[in-house]
Design a protein around this ligand. Structure first.
Ligand code: T46
Length: 138
């Protein structure tokens, strides 16, 4: 499936906590053009229900526990973001759903492109059609 779990570099400052960081180009396999984050989501709420035609993203959860369900049109896999040092790089062509498993969990995303509503496929049958016709880029 077109995703990769990557470790985010983390410096341990002992009693004063930890600092995690990644840098465009060498840590993330694309140029970052946009950062957004999702917060204030109630426990067990779901978001997503769409795929991207060409967008690449890295998802990480600096606080809390969020399940990411990925579907490539043939199979589904579930990844738990429950560690601020865990990054999930997602390529295009994956249907995604996100489930919040802890109150106040925050989902941060760095994306390869500016926001473009035309890059979204929000209907599952249309997504399957794109997959079967090989219309996803990358
Ligand atoms: C994704 C998952 C992980 C903007 O105006 N600008 C933005 O940069 C984004 C990301 C969204 N929006 C608008 C579009 C909708 O009117 O914000 C509203 C909520 O977006 P959406 O329903 O797509 O949110 P999620 O949480 O279902 O999906 C988001 C991203 O949109 C999507 O690219 O991969 O997070």
């Amino acid at each position: 499936m077109n995703y990769q779990i990557i470790p985010i570099k983390t410096i341990d400052s002992g009693y004063a906590g930890k600092l995690s960081f990644f840098e465009a180009s060498w840590d993330v396999p694309f140029e970052i053009k946009r950062i957004y984050y999702i917060h204030g989501v109630p426990n067990e709420a779901r978001r997503g229900g769409h795929a991207h035609i060409s967008l690449r993203q890295i998802l990480f959860c600096p606080y809390g526990k969020i399940e990411i369900i990925l579907d490539d049109g043939h199979k589904r896999e579930s990844i738990l973001l429950d560690d601020p040092s865990k990054g999930l790089v997602i390529g295009p062509g994956l249907w995604r759903e996100m489930i919040w498993h802890q109150e106040n969990s925050v989902l941060c995303v760095a994306a390869s492109e500016y926001y473009d509503a035309k890059d979204y496929i929000r209907d599952y049958d249309t997504f399957l059609q794109y997959v079967n016709e090989g219309k996803i880029h990358g």
